[in-house]
Design a protein around this ligand. Structure first.
Ligand code: SAM
Ligand code: SF4
Length: 329
């Protein structure tokens, strides 16, 4: 399925809930959250129906996110069913890791093909300051479990922030020294609570410099052939079992190669992370639309995917007011 700029759309990120067991300061406010009504969330049957239609249009990869996707009940049933859909080659998940100690094995058994764990710090004190919940021990146990299981395609995502975790960048990257995983540094984006929290993201150029100082030259890994691997640029460091990656949304826009769309937990097809245009799928699904008309509506909507995210354009009238926990990153 091609959009108006001839980008091939092969990847859908589906948010399963706006609920979360953490309250990361750059993502979610502590109070005043108006939770989505459960009846408004897409059911598993509705999600599967949309993914079947998308797969028929060429989508090959699904990523489940949130909020925290592991708090959605019976998640493994959904993963298993997604894996049965013809054309879907990868079913991955992004999690804060808190529930991994009890769920990691079931996720793997259900057929999960990739796991991204958000990990901004290795210090329990910084964790509680950043995520407002004293749950670092669970995340650490979950991480250890996943690493011991030898799951392929494990990535750690870290958002470096001045005076929060900027002194931990080499230590976080060192996970890729000891294990065949990818550690990705992601630029703090001006979405949701990021700036209200008073946070300033560390630019990727500085992350890069810190890593080269600690570990020597970063050698590019034959890149982006596989867009299903996402927008990161990956690098190898001498003596590392895995790789490090950079996602530099603001400085080096990756929009020209964007291959994804998003679906919010309440069934809105979002065409770009930072823009509000899209399609109310829930309304269509609950109005009894036929499979053919659903595919037609998806194709028409995806065609209108905007050229770029316009993070830096303060006059962007299509800017989405949803926070990250309502979109899924
Ligand atoms: N709860 C899960 C987790 O934390 O991995 C999945 C949802 S969370 C919204 C997905 C990702 O968005 C996390 O890696 C988080 O660090 C990232 N994120 C949230 N707000 C962000 C922001 N303002 N800038 C950059 N990344 C952000
Ligand atoms: Fe929850 Fe993930 Fe947002 Fe943190 S980043 S508050 S874990 S949704």
């Amino acid at each position: 399925m091609l959009d108006q700029y001839a980008r091939k759309i092969e990847y859908v990120r589906i948010s399963l809930t706006d609920r979360c067991n953490l309250r990361c300061r750059y993502c979610m406010p502590e109070d005043g959250i108006v939770k989505m009504q459960r009846a408004d969330m897409l059911t598993f049957a509705e999600i599967l129906r949309v993914v079947r239609a998308l797969a028929a249009l060429g989508v090959k990869k699904v990523r489940l996110t949130g909020g925290e996707p592991l708090v959605r009940r019976n998640l493994t049933e959904l993963i298993y069913a997604l894996r049965q859909i013809s054309g879907i080659e990868q079913v991955a998940l992004t999690t804060n890791g808190v529930l991994l100690p009890t769920m990691a094995e079931d996720l793997l058994r259900a057929g999960l093909t990739g796991l991204n764990i958000s990990l901004d710090t290795l210090q329990a004190g910084t964790f509680v300051e950043l995520a407002r919940r004293p749950l670092f021990a669970q995340v650490q146990a979950g991480m250890e479990k996943v690493l011991a299981m030898g799951m392929e395609q494990v990535k750690f995502n870290c958002v470096p922030i001045y005076e929060v975790n900027d002194d931990e960048i080499p230590a976080l990257a060192a996970l890729a020294k000891d294990y065949p995983v990818k550690v990705r540094f992601i630029e703090l984006m001006p979405i949701g609570c990021a700036y209200a929290a008073g946070y300033r993201g560390v630019p990727m150029t500085e992350v890069w410099a810190q890593l080269e100082k600690a570990y020597g030259r970063l050698c590019p890994v034959g890149k982006k052939g596989d867009l299903l691997q996402g927008p990161a640029e990956y690098y190898q460091l001498a003596g590392f079992a895995g790789q490090v990656g950079f996602i530099d949304a603001l400085e080096h826009q990756f929009c020209a190669a964007c291959n994804r769309v998003r679906i919010t937990a309440d069934g809105f097809l979002k065409l770009c992370l930072n823009q509000k245009n899209g399609l109310n799928l829930r309304k269509l699904l609950r109005s009894g639309i036929s499979d053919d008309n659903l595919k037609w509506a998806l194709r028409q909507a995806v065609y209108r995917k905007p050229a770029e995210h316009l993070f830096r354009d303060s006059k962007n009238t299509a800017k989405d007011s949803r926070a990250m926990y309502q979109v899924g990153g």
